[in-house]
Design a protein around this ligand. Structure first.
Ligand code: B12
Ligand code: SF4
Length: 559
């Protein structure tokens, strides 16, 4: 049986400006398929290769697959739907399948707007996919679909979701097939080296209200650090990879395992051949103050911190002094340990003003991170905060849910002004770095890396791909009134999907009446890592809207 996996051709000029990144999902699924004897697996990275629809259709036609599968995060959903529409157009006999975080939660929306999708895989793909492929291979499809856990599909006019499948309990069984990727394409611009995205742990023990990730992976699980290092060694030896980021939501929460991982890398002499980066939380860095030198020795050169809680979500919701001081200290500790530090600010909530945006710039100057990001707050439609925001979310064009487009309009300014002020922060921050900081960081690794980052920024700025500036027609302050974000306002929520939310809101209201936990016991809203209500395996549908699991808090996880 021939299986084709396609990474959709979606671009938005955010984190991708640092290079071409390998789609890890394809390697993890190809590994599961090969492990079960399905060797005829093909992959098209339509994103990295900028494959347009005409070419994609031709390539699907030429490959003659039995099954075509694609992935979607929220912003790439329409592109993913289109991939599968093309596959169906090539041959109605092709089984079209979709996985990833967006369809896992939004299957009602997706099946309503793209009824040509045969099946949605909800949750982690490795095990569910095998059940599905075996059913197709053994001629039990589509009859068997009602009996397979973790699926959603159309049955005539009805949208059916089978019981949520358990998470993958034994992560040691997962063996990605990195060989499915054409490695020469995946180069990280700051270092000019090939880049990989291995996965050590799945899940996050926290439950921040705006985050989608803890809900997706559910229980926190971590692999044997030695097995992860085996994988990294293979990436270095077989594919010449020289840099990686851990795909993990929260890589440092299990300090013992993280230290074991670092020690294993050192014991095998890998830090001379490969360096790496992570996203993590300020509190973990403070906790690990005494270990930062070890982390650096193990090759950890770049840490991206969710510092935004203090700066953004919003100051009056947090114990400002403590959090600001903690952020500043974590940044200082990382710099002292010679680890590059990137501060992330989330901007663009309803109460954003010119002053609060300026304040984030002042913080970036005061804290002195090596790099800074200003991301637009993006209300994932399956996050708890989305429900709380209610009709403040007026844009349902998910294509623009990408951290670079203002989805929420602040009361005090137009979206164009918000973008302009964010660009002003970037301009000032990186201009100062380019003139007074990066070139004067000695002659070693640090200087090379930082100048490499500057190169990536300049390249994207020159090509006008940064923040999608070319597409939205932003040319500087004079264009703030004419910027066109090209929202497709005809995109609306499917009634089947909103019915779920209304039911969830009702449950939430009842839970609040019962005095259920919304904030922590002290009534304080927590920063990144807040919340204490995780999903349990016993829930009838672990992916159901989670209004009455609501917690609040800040923190974001990205590059
Ligand atoms: C690496 C990464 C990137 C890389 C992308 C590499 C690539 N080409 O895939 C780069 C830097 C380019 C990037 C860019 C962006 N990213 Co990003 N990224 C991540 C990160 C850190 C890891 C993703 C990963 O590889 N996970 C590991 C794999 C194994 O997990 P997975 O993809 O979910 O796949 C599993 C399941 O979902 C399922 N599955 C997935 N697809 C399919 C398909 C089928 C057929 C089946 C059966 C199963 C299945 O099975 C897989 C194995 O279990 C996550 C945060 C995180 N910690 O997860 C954010 C994250 C995915 N990114 C996010 C966003 C928003 C973006 C950007 C829009 C931001 C921006 N403007 O820059 C862009 C969009 C780029 C694009 N075109 O897709 C959000 C998505 C949120 C959401 N709810 O939609 C995340 C979750 C970050 C966050 N905290 O919000 N990103
Ligand atoms: S924002 Fe970070 S700490 Fe919070 S739930 Fe998401 S991944 Fe976990």
């Amino acid at each position: 049986m021939r299986i084709l996996l396609v990474h959709p051709n979606y671009h938005s000029g955010g984190a991708e400006i640092a290079g071409n990144w390998p789609p890890a999902w394809a390697a993890y699924l190809a590994g599961a398929l090969r492990g079960a004897g399905y060797d005829d697996v093909h992959f098209i990275d339509a994103m990295t290769d900028h494959v347009d629809d005409t070419e994609l259709e031709a390539r699907i036609r030429a490959l003659k697959p039995d099954v075509v599968g694609t992935t979607a995060i929220t912003p790439s959903i329409y592109k993913a739907e289109e991939v599968l529409r093309l596959a169906k157009a090539v041959s109605p006999a092709i089984v079209t399948m979709l996985g990833g975080v967006h369809a896992t939660f939004m299957f009602k929306q997706v099946l309503t707007e793209a009824p040509w999708i045969d099946v949605i895989v909800r949750g982690e793909g490795e095990e569910i996919l095998l059940d599905l492929i075996r059913a197709i291979d053994e001629g039990r499809w589509p009859l068997a679909r009602h009996a397979i856990q973790g699926l959603a599909f159309l049955d005539g006019p009805d949208i059916i979701a089978t019981k949520a499948a358990p998470t993958v309990k034994d992560l040691e069984k997962i063996k990605p097939d990195w060989g499915i990727l054409e490695w020469s394409k995946y180069v990280y611009i700051p270092l000019g080296k090939r880049v990989a995205i291995p996965n050590m742990a799945r899940g996050c023990p926290f439950t921040c209200s705006f985050c989608s990730q803890w809900k997706f992976w559910r229980d926190y699980r971590i692999r044997d650090p030695r097995a992860v290092v085996d994988e990294i060694e293979t990436l270095v030896n077989d594919h010449d990879v020289g840099f990686f980021i851990l795909a993990d939501e929260e890589p440092t929460i299990n300090r013992k395992k993280f230290i074991a991982f670092c020690e294993e890398l050192i014991a095998r002499g890998l830090p001379e051949r490969i360096q790496w980066g992570i996203n993590t939380r300020v509190t973990d860095i403070l906790r690990d103050e005494d270990y930062l030198a070890l982390y650096r020795k193990a090759g950890l050169v770049h840490v991206s911190l969710g510092t935004e809680a203090a700066a953004q979500l919003k100051l009056d919701l947090f114990n400002k002094e403590t959090t600001v001081e903690q952020n500043k200290k974590a940044i200082r500790l990382l710099r002292e340990a010679d680890i590059l530090v990137e501060a992330q600010f989330i901007v663009g909530l309803e109460n954003e003003t010119a002053e609060t945006l300026e304040e984030t710039y002042r913080m970036a100057q005061d804290w002195k991170p090596d790099l800074a990001n200003w991301s637009m707050y993006t209300p994932w439609p399956f996050s708890n905060l989305f429900e709380e925001l209610g009709d403040k979310v007026e844009i349902h064009d998910f294509d623009k849910y990408n951290f670079v487009t203002p989805i929420i309009k602040p009361a005090a300014m137009e979206r164009g002004e918000l973008l302009d002020r964010v660009m002003n922060n970037y301009r000032r921050f990186y201009m100062r770095k380019a003139l007074f900081s990066y070139p004067w960081q000695g002659t070693g690794y640090r200087r090379k890396y930082l100048l490499g980052c500057l190169k990536a920024f300049l390249k994207a700025g020159f090509q006008r791909t940064f923040y999608d500036l070319g597409r939205v027609n932003y040319w500087g302050p004079q264009s703030r009134k004419t910027v066109d974000f090209q929202f497709d306002r005809s995109r609306t929520l499917a009634p089947a999907q909103t019915a779920d939310w209304q039911a969830a809101a009702e449950r939430s209201r009842k839970a609040a009446e019962r005095g259920a936990v919304v904030h922590d016991a002290a009534g304080a809203i927590k920063a990144c890592g807040g919340g204490d209500q995780q999903l349990s395996e016993d829930e009838p549908d672990a992916f159901a809207p989670a209004a009455d699991r609501s917690t609040a808090g800040g923190g974001f996880a990205h590059l």
